[in-house]
Design a binder for this molecule. Structure first.
Ligand code: FES
Length: 118
């Protein structure tokens, strides 16, 4: 698992980028934690720099919105989903369990698991 940081360092409405096989963005959406690939599937923008609203993040470059639960974009210009990753909280620390790489058989079978921290 990838250590993200202390839960107290990621308040609601905030995000952080960590490095796994690729960069991963971790969000605290009103007390629920989500992790997705950080790079937008449209072009090279960092989704952790985007705008978080409810359970979606808006890409800072061309405003495609990605659902944090599924990784799917709500519409153009992004067409492909980002991967979602499992978030685990243990003893006040946040970890991410990275999903299988794109193209593996497991892709699509894994869903984001937001963990309530309230
Ligand atoms: S780079 Fe994200 S929508 Fe274009």
């Amino acid at each position: 698992m990838i250590f993200v940081g202390e839960l107290s360092e990621l308040p609601p409405g905030e995000s952080v980028r960590v490095q796994g096989e690729v960069a991963i963005a971790v969000f605290n959406a009103d007390g629920e934690l989500f992790a997705i690939d950080d790079t937008c599937t449209h072009q090279d923008a960092s989704l952790s720099d985007g705008w978080l609203e409810d359970c979606a993040v808006e890409c800072p470059l061309h405003a495609a919105c990605f659902d944090l639960r599924t990784g799917r974009p709500s519409g153009p210009p992004a067409k492909e989903p980002v991967r979602t990753h499992q978030v685990v909280v243990q003893d006040g620390a946040i970890y991410v369990r990275e999903s299988a790489p794109v193209g593996s058989a497991a892709l699509g079978a894994e869903a984001a698991v937001g963990e309530a921290v309230r």
